[in-house]
Design a binder for this molecule. Structure first.
Ligand SMILES: Nc1ncnc2c1ncn2[C@@H]1O[C@H](COP(=O)(O)OP(=O)(O)OP(=O)(O)O)[C@@H](O)[C@H]1O
Ligand SMILES: [Mg+2]
Length: 1078
C-alpha cells in the first residue's frame, strides 16, 4: 500500500530559522541568537543552505532513533527540520542515484562533536542501505572498526574525554545498487608523544586503562601486568578515571569489536602483548655509571622489568640491554659505537615506546582495512567520511598542534575553495550578475606553512637535514629570518619590529595567526619530533624479536636491508598525506558538517556566546550565509538540466532539436517559473531558491509516474494486441485446417454415400435384369419341361402298349415279402428262452422293421408270461395273489419286506390238526384256520414278551396259550380297526381294536413275529373279504396304542448291537414304550 505522504517542510514548527539563509536581518548577533535559541530548544542542527551546523549538546538527545531514520529516509533535504540524517540521506541518495562520489567533511575544534557526527553518518547510511546477510556483515565490520580505533587512537584531553588523537578518513564503498561493499581507512599522524607523556589533566590512550581495568587476572598474569595504574610511569594518575566511562566494559566492547572485524585470537593477543610491552618499557629506569675513560654511561636500575619485557616479546635480553646502552652509527662501511648517557638512554626508551605504539596503530589500521576491504573488483561508488582532529589551542602547543592546525587550515582552505571562492568565481565565469562578497581566504596561512621553499615545514626539514649542530633554537632563528615579514607569522626575535616588545610572546616561541585564531608554538622538540629518530640498535633489536608482530613492525631493523638514507621527516610525510587527501576530496562532491562547541566545560545546556562567536568567525559561517543568500542555491549545466526535466514540457519532450539552453528556456517559461527565480549563465542554469528546485523535482516525479503509467499502458496494449494478433492468426490457421478437414470428411461421406446409392441402384438394376433373365430362363425351362412332359405323355401314350405297367410295384412287393420272410425265419432260430425274466432279444435287422421288431418282442413276452402262468395250480395262484398283495402293501415302505419276498407264505405253521397237543384247541375252532403261528405278545405293563399262538380264521383273531393250547382272547375281525408297525427291519406290530368292543377292554395288542409281512397281508385280505372293508395299515416309527385307559406311544429307535440282532422292547413310562431296533 502506498505510504500516505504528508508534505512537510523545514518551515513547519520552526524554532528560530532552520536555514540561516532565511535569517533576517543577517549579522553576527542574530546568527548567534538564532543558534542559541535553537540550542535551548534542543535543536542542535541548523542549515546554511546545504551545510549543516551542529552544536554539541553534551548529552544524549532522542533524535537518532530508528523512527527518526525512517522519517528522514528518502525525503528532500529541506522537507524536515534540519538534521545530520538529512545531509547523510542527501549524500547517500546522490551517490546511489546520480552516481556522484561523495565526501562528508566534518570540521570543528576538539570536542565539537566531529567523531560523534561521523559515527551518526555511518550508522544512518548503514541503516538505509541494502540489507542481507553479506551486506549486514560488511556494515557491522565497518561500524565495529570505530571502537577498536577509538581505543587505540583516542584519549581524554582537557577539551574532550574522547578526543581523537589521529586523523581519520574513511572511504565507504558501495556497489551500483547502493549496497556497501567495504571500506578503506586512512589514518593521519597519531599523536604518539602522548604514549610517554601527557599534559596535566589528560590521559594516555584509552587502551592502556581499558586493558588494566578490564583484563582478567589470568590475562594480566600472562601479560606480566598488574592492575594498579600507579605501577606504570607512562600512565598519568591525576585523571586515570574518567567520569561516566567504564574502562573495563569498554575493554570487552573492544575485544568483541576486534572479533567482529575479523581479528584472529592470536592477533588480538599479540596486539595486547605489544601494548603491555610499551607500558612496561616506561618502567625501565637508568642510573649513571662512570666509566674509566670518564665518559658517562647509563645502566638499567632494575633488570627485572627488562627481563619481563624480553620474555613477553621474545627478545634476547642482552641485545635489548645493549641497545639501551650503546648507539651505533654506520657510515660508509664504518661502524662507530658510542655509549649512551642517562638522558640519551631515556630518550631511546621513549622513542622506542612511541615508535612501537604508533607502528602498532598503523598496523591495526592496515589490519582492519584488510578485513573491510571490498572483495570485488567492480566499479565502486565512494562515500568518504573525514573526521580529523579539530583545531587545537593549548597552553603549550608543540609540533603536534602545529601539524593538527595545519591540517585544519587545509580543510578550511578546501571549504573556502569549494563554497566561497568557487561559488563566486563561477558566477563571474558564467556571467551572472553578482556583487562580490568579501571573505577571508586562508591560502596565505597554508602557504606560510607548506611553501616548498620558505614554508615553515620546509625550513624545519632543512634544519633537520643540515650537518652540524642543529637545535630547536637554530630552527627558530631560521624561521625568524625567512618568515619575518609574513603577515601571519609572529616572533619576538624576528626582524619585524611589531613584536619586539610583545611580552605575550616568549623568546622560545613563534606564533601563527591561524584562520581560527592565534596559536603560540613552543619551538622545543620540533626538530626531534620532525626527525622522529629511533636508534638503529633499537630497531635491530626489535627486528630480532621472536614476537612475529613486533618483528614485522620494524622492517628497517633487518641488517640485510640497511638503508643509510634518512627516512622522510614526520612533517614532510604529513604534508604529503594531507596533499593526497585534499586531492582526493576535490574529486568528490563535498557535504559539510561544521561542528560547534557551545562551552569549554563539556557541560549540557550551557551556551557560551563568546566561544561560539569565535568559532563562527573563524569558520567563516557568516560569509557562507551571505554568499549563499546572494547567490543561487542550485546550478546545473544545460544539457543535464534539460535531460532531467525535458519531460515536463511538450516542446522539449521527448526530443529537443535545438541547443540545450534554448530548450531550458522554453521549459522554464512553459512551467511559468518566476523569472527572478533563475538566471541563465553561459553553460549553466542557476536556480535561486531550493524550493523552485523541489517544485521541479516534484513535477518531474509526478510526470515520471505518469510516463511510467503511459509506458505501462502502451506496453500492455502492445502486449495484448500482439497476443490478440497471434491468436487471430492462429485462429485463421486452425479454422482453415478445420474447414479443410470438415470438407474432406463431408466429401468422403458424400462420396461413400454416392457409392452406396450407386451400388444400390446398380444392384437393383442388375437384379432387375437378373430377374428378367431368370424369368426368361425359367420360362424357357418351363416351356422345355412342359414340352418334355407333353412329349413324354405323347410318347408314353404312344408307347404304353409296349410297357408292363405294374412291374415295378410287383417287384417291390415281392422283395419286401422276401425280406419279411427271411426276418421271421431268422427270428425263429434266434428266439430267447421262455423265462419271463429273460431280458434278451435279438437285434433288429432292418430299420423299417423297428416297430414290428418291438411289437414282436412285446407279444412274445406276453405270450411266454401267459405260458408261465398257465402252469400254476389254484393254490399257487392264491399264494402269488397274496405275494402281490404284500408287495402292494409293503414294498418300499417297510424295511423288512425284501427279506419276505423269497419266503413262501405258509399260513399254518403249527400243524394244529395233526399235533395232538393242540387237540383241544382244534376242537374249539370250527372255522378254517388261515394263520397258526407262534408270536411274542408284548406285555402291556413292562414290555416283556411271552409266546402265544396266533390264530386267524375267516371271522376271528384268536390268541392261545402255547403250552396248554387254551384260548386266551378272541377278537372278531370287525373289531380290528388298524394294524400299526414301524418302517424298520423288525417284526413288531400293533393290532388296534375298536373302542368299546368287548375285546378292547384290555387294550390293543402288541406282537412281534418272524412272519410279520405274511401275517399282516393275510389279516388285510381276510378282513377285506369278510367285512368288505380295507384294513388300515399304518407304517410309522412312532404310533399310539391304547393300553387299557392309557394311550401309550410306541417309539422305534436305533438300538445298539449289544443284544445281537434281536430288537428289544422296554416300557419307559406309562406314556412311552421304546423298541430298540438294531
Ligand atoms: N550529537 C551529540 N549528541 C550527544 N553528545 C554529543 C554529540 N556530539 C558530541 N557529543 C559529546 O561530545 C563529546 C565530544 O565529541 P567528539 O569526540 O565527537 O568530539 P570531536 O570533535 O571528535 O573532538 P576531537 O577533535 O577531540 O576528536 C562526545 O564524547 C559526546 O559526549
Ligand atoms: Mg574526534
Amino acid at each position: 500500500m502506498a505510504k500516505m505522504e504528508v508534505k512537510s517542510s523545514l518551515l513547519d514548527n520552526m524554532i528560530g530559522v532552520g536555514d540561516m539563509v532565511l535569517l533576517e536581518p543577517l549579522n553576527e548577533e542574530t546568527f548567534i541568537n538564532n543558534l542559541k535559541k535553537r540550542f535551548d530548544h534542543n535543536e542542535i542542527y541548523t542549515y546554511i543552505g546545504s551545510v549543516v551546523i551542529s552544536v554539541n549538546p553534551y548529552r544524549s538527545l532522542p533524535i537518532y532513533s530508528p523512527e527518526k531514520v525512517e522519517d528522514y529516509r528518502n525525503r528532500n533535504f529541506y522537507e524536515l527540520s534540519p538534521h545530520i540524517f538529512a545531509l547523510s540521506d542527501e549524500a547517500y541518495r546522490s551517490l546511489r542515484d546520480q552516481d556522484k562520489d561523495q565526501c562528508i567533511l566534518i570540521t570543528g575544534e576538539s570536542g565539537a562533536g566531529k567523531t560523534e557526527a561521523s559515527k551518526l553518518v555511518m550508522s544512518y547510511v548503514a541503516a538505509v542501505c541494502g540489507k542481507g546477510a553479506e551486506v549486514n556483515q560488511v556494515k557491522e565490520q565497518l561500524l565495529q572498526s570505530n571502537p577498536v580505533l577509538e581505543a587505540f587512537g583516542n584519549a581524554k584531553t582537557v577539551r574532550n574525554d574522547n578526543s581523537s588523537r589521529f586523523g581519520k578518513y574513511m572511504d565507504i564503498e558501495f556497489d551500483f545498487k547502493g549496497d556497501p561493499l567495504g571500506g578503506v581507512i586512512s589514518n593521519y599522524l597519531l599523536e604518539k608523544s602522548r604514549v610517554v607523556k601527557q599534559p596535566r589533566g589528560e590521559r594516555n590512550f584509552h587502551v592502556f586503562y581499558q586493558l588494566l581495568s578490564g583484563a582478567s587476572e589470568e590475562l594480566l598474569h600472562k601479560l606480566k601486568l598488574e592492575r594498579d595504574f600507579s605501577r606504570y610511569n607512562y600512565l598519568s594518575l591525576d585523571s586515570a578515571k574518567v567520569n561516566g566511562v567504564d574502562d573495563a566494559a569498554n575493554f570487552r566492547t573492544v575485544r568483541n569489536a576486534m572479533q567482529i572485524v575479523g581479528f584472529m585470537d592470536h592477533e588480538a593477543e599479540s596486539v595486547l602483548e605489544v601494548v603491555a610491552a610499551v607500558l612496561k618499557l616506561g618502567n625501565i629506569e637508568f642510573k649513571p655509571e662512570s666509566r674509566v675513560n670518564g665518559l658517562d654511561e647509563s645502566k638499567i636500575k632494575d633488570k627485572n622489568e627488562l627481563k619481563e619485557i624480553c620474555e613477553l616479546t621474545s627478545i634476547d635480553q642482552l641485545v635489548l640491554e645493549r641497545a639501551f646502552s650503546f648507539r651505533t652509527v654506520e657510515a660508509k662501511q664504518e661502524k662507530v659505537s658510542t655509549t649512551l648517557n642517562v638522558a640519551q638512554a631515556y630518550y631511546a626508551r621513549d622513542a622506542l615506546a612511541k615508535n612501537l605504539y604508533s607502528r602498532l596503530f598503523s598496523w591495526l589500521v592496515n589490519r582492519i582495512n584488510e578485513s573491510i576491504k571490498a572483495q570485488t573488483k567492480v566499479r565502486k561508488k565512494v562515500m568518504g567520511v573525514l573526521d580529523i582532529y579539530g583545531f587545537e589551542i593549548f597552553e603549550d602547543n608543540s609540533f603536534e598542534q602545529f601539524i593538527i592546525n595545519y591540517c585544519n587550515e587545509k580543510l578550511q582552505q578546501i571549504f573556502i575553495e569549494l563554497t566561497l571562492k568557487e561559488e563566486q568565481e563561477e558566477y563571474i565565469r558564467e556571467d551572472i550578475e553578482w556583487t562580490h562578497i568579501d571573505y577571508f581566504n586562508n591560502a596565505i596561512i597554508c602557504d606560510l606553512i607548506e611553501n616548498n621553499t620558505n614554508g615553515i615545514l620546509a625550513m624545519l626539514d632543512e634544519e633537520c637535514l643540515r650537518p652540524g649542530t642543529v637545535t630547536d633554537e637554530t630552527f627558530l632563528e631560521k624561521l625568524n629570518q625567512v618568515c619575518a615579514t609574513h603577515q601571519h607569522f609572529e616572533s619576538r626575535m624576528s626582524k619585524c619590529s611589531r613584536f619586539l616588545n610583545d611580552t605575550s610572546l616568549p623568546h622560545s616561541c613563534f606564533r601563527i595567526q591561524h584562520y581560527a585564531g592565534k596559536v603560540l608554538y613552543q619551538v622545543e622538540g620540533f626538530v626531534d619530533k620532525n626527525n622522529d629518530l629511533l636508534y638503529r640498535d633499537l630497531s635491530q633489536a626489535m627486528w630480532k624479536a621472536g614476537h612475529a608482530l613486533i618483528k614485522s613492525l620494524f622492517p628497517e631493523g633487518n641488517p640485510a636491508k640497511i638503508n643509510l638514507k634518512r627516512p622522510p621527516t614526520a612533517g614532510s610525510q604529513f604534508k604529503a598525506s594531507v596533499a593526497t587527501l585534499m586531492r582526493n576530496l576535490q574529486t568528490k562532491n563535498p557535504n559539510y558538517i561544521r561542528c560547534i562547541k557551545p562551552n569549554d566545560k563539556k557541560a549540557a545546556h550551557i551556551f557560551n556566546e563568546s566561544l561560539v562567536c569565535h568559532q563562527i568567525r573563524y569558520l567563516g559561517l557568516l560569509e557562507n550565509v551571505r554568499v549563499r543568500r546572494a547567490g543561487y542555491a542550485f546550478r546545473q549545466a544545460y544539457e543535464p538540466c534539460l535531460e532531467r526535466y525535458k519531460m515536463l514540457c511538450k516542446q522539449t519532450w521527448p526530443h529537443w532539436k535545438g541547443p540545450a539552453r534554448a530548450g531550458v528556456e522554453v521549459l522554464f517559461s512553459e512551467l511559468e517559473i518566476p523569472v527572478e527565480e533563475y538566471s541563465f549563465g553561459r553553460s549553466k542554469i542557476f536556480i535561486r531558491n531550493p524550493r523552485t528546485l523541489f517544485k521541479l523535482e516534484d513535477l518531474r516525479k509526478q510526470r515520471l509516474e505518469d510516463l511510467a503509467t503511459l509506458i505501462q499502458k502502451i506496453y500492455r496494449g502492445w502486449k495484448c494486441r500482439t497476443h490478440f494478433l497471434l491468436m487471430k492468426k492462429s485462429q485463421v490457421v486452425i479454422a482453415a485446417w478445420y474447414r479443410r478437414y470438415a470438407q474432406q470428411k463431408r466429401y468422403q461421406q458424400i462420396k461413400s454415400s454416392a457409392l452406396v446409392i450407386q451400388s444400390y441402384i446398380r444392384g437393383w438394376k442388375a437384379r432387375k435384369i437378373l430377374r428378367e433373365l431368370k424369368h426368361q430362363k425359367r420360362c424357357k425351362e418351363a416351356a422345355t419341361t412342359i414340352a418334355a412332359y407333353w412329349h413324354g405323355t405323347q410318347v408314353r401314350r404312344e408307347y404304353r402298349k409296349f410297357f408292363r405297367a405294374n412291374a415295378g410295384k410287383k417287384i417291390y412287393e415281392f422283395t419286401l415279402q422276401r425280406i419279411v420272410q427271411k426276418y421271421f425265419l431268422e427270428m425263429k432260430t434266434r428266439m430267447p428262452s421262455l423265462s419271463p425274466i429273460d431280458k434278451n432279444w435279438p437285434p433288429r435287422p432292418y430299420l423299417f422293421l423297428d416297430s414290428t421288431h418291438k411289437e414282436l418282442k412285446r407279444i412274445f413276452h406276453l405270450w411266454r408270461c401267459k405260458k408261465y402262468r398257465d402252469q400254476f395250480t389254484d393254490q399257487q395262484k392264491l399264494i402269488y395273489e397274496e405275494k402281490l398283495e404284500a408287495s402292494e402293501l409293503f414294498k418300499d415302505k417297510k424295511a423288512l419286506y425284501p427279506s419276505s419276498v423269497g419266503q413262501p407264505f405258509q399260513g399254518a405253521y403249527l400243524e394244529i390238526n395233526k399235533n395232538p397237543k393242540y387237540k383241544k384247541l382244534k376242537e374249539a375252532i370250527e372255522e378254517k384256520i388261515i394263520i397258526a403261528e407262534v408270536v411274542n405278545k408284548i406285555n402291556r405293563a413292562n414290555g416283556k414278551s411271552s409266546s402265544r399262538i396266533f390264530l386267524l380264521t375267516n371271522s376271528n383273531l384268536l390268541l392261545a396259550d402255547q403250552k396248554s393250547g387254551q384260548i386266551k382272547s378272541e377278537v372278531p375281525l370287525v373289531d380290528v380297526t388298524k394294524v400299526s408297525m414301524s418302517s424298520q427291519n423288525d417284526g413288531f406290530f400293533a393290532v388296534h381294536l375298536k373302542e368299546g368292543s368287548e375285546a378292547a377292554s384290555k387294550g390293543d395288542f402288541l406282537f412281534s413275529s418272524d412272519h410279520l409281512i405274511e401275517m399282516a397281508t393275510k389279516l388285510y385280505r381276510t378282513t377285506l373279504s369278510q367285512t368288505k372293508q380295507k384294513l388300515n395299515i399304518e407304517i410309522s416309527d412312532e404310533f399310539l396304542v391304547q393300553f387299557r385307559q392309557d394311550k401309550v406311544c410306541v417309539k422305534f429307535i436305533q438300538g445298539n448291537q449289544k443284544n445281537g440282532s434281536v430288537p428289544t422292547c422296554k416300557r419307559k413310562n406309562n406314556r412311552l414304550l421304546e423298541v430298540a431296533v438294531p
